[in-house]
Design a protein. Sequence first.
Length: 506
Amino acid sequence: MKKNKAILSVYDKSNLETIALALIQNNIELLATGGTLKFLQEKNIEVTDVTSVTNFPEMLDGRVKTLDPKLFAGILYKRNNEQHQTTIENHQLVTIDYVIVNLYPFFEKQKENLSHEALIEFIDIGGPSLLRAAAKNYFDVTVLTDVDDYKIVVEEIAEHKSTLISTRKRLAAKVFNLTSAYDASIANYLNEEPFPKYFNASFERKEILRYGENPHQQAAVYTNLSEKENINAWQQIQGKELSYNNYRDIQAAISVVNEFHQPTCCAVKHNTPCGVAQASNDLEAYSKAYNADPVSIFGGIVAFNTTVTKATAEKLNEIFLEVIIAPQFEAEALEIFAKKKNLRVLQIPKQQITHPNIISIDGGLLVQTKDNINSYELNCVTQQQPSQEQIEQLVFAQNIVKHCSSNAIVLVNEWATVGIGSGQTSRIDALKQAIQQAQENKTNLAECVLASDAFFPFDDIVNICASHSIKAIIQPGGSIKDKDSIEACNKHNIAMLFTGIRHFKH
């Protein structure tokens, strides 16, 4: 009886011996290439060199070894098609019922410091071709590319002498899921256009979450396989598993603190900064951020861009928080946090975020580059000149307002937010919200500076600022009625800087 065959060509040889022996016990002859052949021979497993079927030697440093019509015909022919069967018999071709292939690790290698020429050699050609052929013909062929699937195939072979059609279909889907991500990663690496004709994404599921934004929604988190710096660098030291909302809030918090070099603390609630402060050390920065909004911070997320010390940990433990984030923690600080076992503590290195913003809309995506601008060519447009300290605090406020939902206004005093108005349909309402918060904190508004994420279409914002003695403003400028706001500032002795940069965040 003529044996059917399996072709094996794998980079990852985990559990290869187990699946090979299961195939042999089911009267399947093994064909293998290069390193896979050598591995099986060293295990004393009966295996045939694939070149005995192709009658063509492996060549070009292994670039060509399985790209042969004899192999692809044996994979692709339909077993219930008489014409196909006749063709196979007339040309004395082999029947290949199992294709076991995993790919050169391009995903992993692009994160290493390889030269361009070296990385190109990890682009697999024959492997994806074999996988796609087998997946297309899943009615008759079992295709395996994930080591974790060996077990179910071994079990089904033992029970049914073959794999179930439902299993073959599921495995075929995994192949196209993998090869599309693999090709996308290569395309993104080679591509130099910011917006190519086709949007390619290459993400791997990190975990399935308990639920999404609400309990009735399903959710999962994926990591970008094309980037060295991503959430795989996030180290959860303790606490409950992260939720969908936790991930969103963590990203919001670290995006703020990573704007600054001085010790900075940011508290976030519902994806919105509620208190941000900068100081000479982590404890002072946290104390100022807490005082900015002691109500909203409860149950929120707190992030630092500096090491969290024991003294700060003791203060943090005085209230209920969901997550605490920092690039480093003192050992004594972690001992203190350990008293609250559900508290999530994450160590996240400071990373330069370069990936684009991607927003889902019905049937499509909106893609834009990251808003990474945090330095400005400042232009004082008023008679009143700001002091150097006011300029520095205005820029500090501007780099916070860009992370608040539009319309947004941020009030800052002594390197801390004292009022944040965000997500308002009216800029006046955003200003009123920020002023109300500052007044509740008993802040002297005459000592505050103000940042706006967009220009003033009228002079009303300036006039409200004047009525509360706010003395310095930073905004993009660019309104056709800028002159009105400038004149109002001059009338009330308010200094105003234009940046030329708008920071809408929707």
